[in-house]
Design a binder for this molecule. Structure first.
Ligand SMILES: Nc1ncnc2c1ncn2[C@@H]1O[C@H](COP(=O)(O)OP(=O)(O)OP(=O)(O)O)[C@@H](O)[C@H]1O
Ligand SMILES: [Mg+2]
Length: 499
């Protein structure tokens, strides 16, 4: 087995006033799986992009196997054995899986079709990957794209594989496949893996050690095993107090779905009736694409009902547009950050102006002042003049929250804490629970089952368009909820069929 040691020495990277990487030195030993931890904006992605050639450091060195290397660009990094999994892999949708595998790295591979096909299916089989060579790339799921990227990087001889928040948007099952492959690669092939993640359970399950960044600096390393609390203390310098649920009295029904039928290309929901009361928090659990998205969009007027009615505060809203739902106090936070909620190329001030300035003429001074206030309030690490894409992933999510109106009647949120560090996620929930105490009803989806169990007054479990209700979330364990979202409803007496 050939191991490759990679060392970064005194790495500095500034973005204007932000010192994103401040004198970072650390060694990654061959064959290890290392978790890269740190609060939002700590500098994790910056360091990973420098290591994988996607951006240059201002100063500092990278050493491989005891020798300094100097590479520019991801292709050069791959030639040195360092590869990073892209969140949005190569955009060549006309290609099939096989073609992407062959041509994905120009000059990197000299394979004919049958050879490539054999290699692709060998690796796929070895890891239980679900890759059909003839499928066009644009029809792959996020998990399959990842698998293809891994296979491609391995074929190019990568010995250090970097994954930046790879479990966002993939199912628990797909995550198990991914983690098993990574363990296998580290153990049997001596591959090193760097995993950037906010999901501490994932890090504990997979990694041999962790490296912790805070405000651009390396603040510690630790061998695992460790507990979640220990990692949290390393990251934030203190343990976080557990969430204390607060009992509140619900008000009147604010949202009512009456025998609603919904249909998308892939699935349909039939005969859904639901009443949500002021102050209630409803958590939607389920694998991606099980119908949560469809229902949430119907609640805010972005999806037309095939049949049935939607009422807000007793007012029939069926068939009306999102804008009209908004005027009745409904607000929607989409998960897609840069795809849906935020607009690349616009500054923070411009985003705020878009939602807060109602007149024909935008008062930029006022918008800017409002932006400064929101930045402070939501503790966004960024400036009013930053383009949204210049912020770290977690800070983009904070901006998304800052754009929500103050006192909505119903707040519908897709994955409100996606990509947030543990502390920020709790902070966001504090804000949300304050609004709920003021009578806002909250409907949210999440891939984190513990988040759903912790914060929901009621849970709706989605499975292939079927909906089951859990009236007493305290009665279900995370394991049971995990089985439920996999469609195993027989063995549970905590659920009732809703639709
Ligand atoms: N292209 C850029 N232009 C300006 N600032 C940037 C740019 N890239 C990163 N930054 C800033 O550098 C800091 C570190 O960002 P980075 O993306 O490395 O954080 P992170 O640890 O990955 O955070 P998260 O967990 O939220 O993804 C942040 O303050 C961010 O706003
Ligand atoms: Mg990041």
């Amino acid at each position: 087995m050939i191991f490759m040691d990679v060392e970064v020495k005194n790495i500095h990277k500034r973005f204007g006033p932000v010192h994103a990487n401040n004198d970072i030195s650390v060694t990654f030993k061959g064959g290890n799986i290392v978790g890269i931890l740190g609060e939002n904006g700590a500098g994790k992605s910056t360091l990973m992009k420098i290591l994988s050639g996607f951006q240059p450091a201002d100063s500092g060195e990278i050493w491989i196997d005891g020798r300094p290397v100097d590479y520019h660009g991801p292709r050069a990094a791959i030639a040195h054995g360092v590869g990073m999994l892209q969140q949005d892999p190569l955009d060549v949708p006309a290609f099939t899986v096989l073609e992407n595998f062959i041509y994905g790295a120009p000059g990197g591979m000299n394979l004919n079709r049958p050879q490539a096909q054999r290699q692709l299916s060998e690796v796929s089989q070895r890891f239980g990957f679900d890759l059909d060579p003839e499928t066009p790339i644009n029809r792959l799921s996020i998990a399959q794209r990842q698998q293809l990227e891994i296979v491609r990087l391995l074929a190019l001889g990568v010995k250090l594989l970097i994954l930046d928040e790879p479990t966002t948007g993939i199912s628990a099952e797909q995550k198990n496949v991914l983690f098993e492959a990574l363990r296998n690669l580290a153990k049997n092939d001596g591959l090193s893996v760097l995993l950037v993640s906010h999901k501490l359970e994932d890090v504990i399950a997979l990694c041999d050690e962790v490296v912790v960044l805070r405000a651009g600096k390396l603040v510690g390393t630790k061998q695992l095993p460790a507990t979640t609390d220990e990692l949290v203390t390393l990251m934030f310098g203190e343990e976080l107090a557990p969430h204390q649920p607060e009992d509140i009295e619900f008000g009147d029904t604010v949202l009512k779905l009456d025998r609603v039928h919904l249909a998308s290309k892939r699935l349909s929901i039939t005969d859904l009736s639901l009443e949500v009361r002021a102050g209630e928090v409803i958590g939607l659990a389920g694998l991606d694409g099980s119908g949560q998205r469809l229902m949430m969009r119907a609640c805010v007027g972005l999806e037309k009902c095939v049949a049935g009615d939607v009422f807000i505060n007793g007012q029939r809203m069926t068939g009306q547009a999102y804008r009209s739902f908004m005027q009745h106090g409904v607000s929607f936070g989409a998960a897609g950050r840069l795809e849906e909620g935020l607009i690349a190329g616009l500054t923070l001030t411009e985003h705020i102006a878009l939602v807060s300035e109602r007149g024909m003429v935008i008062d930029w001074a006022r918008a800017r002042q409002h932006t400064e206030t929101q930045i402070k309030l939501y503790d966004v690490r960024g400036h009013a003049d930053n383009m949204i894409e210049q912020l770290s992933g977690g800070n983009q999510q904070r901006v998304l929250m800052a754009l929500l109106p103050e006192n909505p009647v119903v707040l519908v949120l897709e994955q409100p804490t996606r990509g947030l560090d543990v502390d920020s996620a709790r902070w966001i929930w504090q804000q949300l629970l304050k609004r709920r105490a003021d009578g806002t009803a909250i409907i949210f989806s999440s891939a984190e089952l513990d988040e759903i169990v912790t914060y929901s007054d009621r849970i709706l479990v989605f499975y292939a368009g079927q909906i089951y209700e859990i009236r007493d979330p305290d009665a279900v364990s995370i394991d049971e909820l995990g089985r439920l979202i996999g469609g195993d409803f027989q063995s549970s007496d905590h659920v009732e069929r809703l639709a």
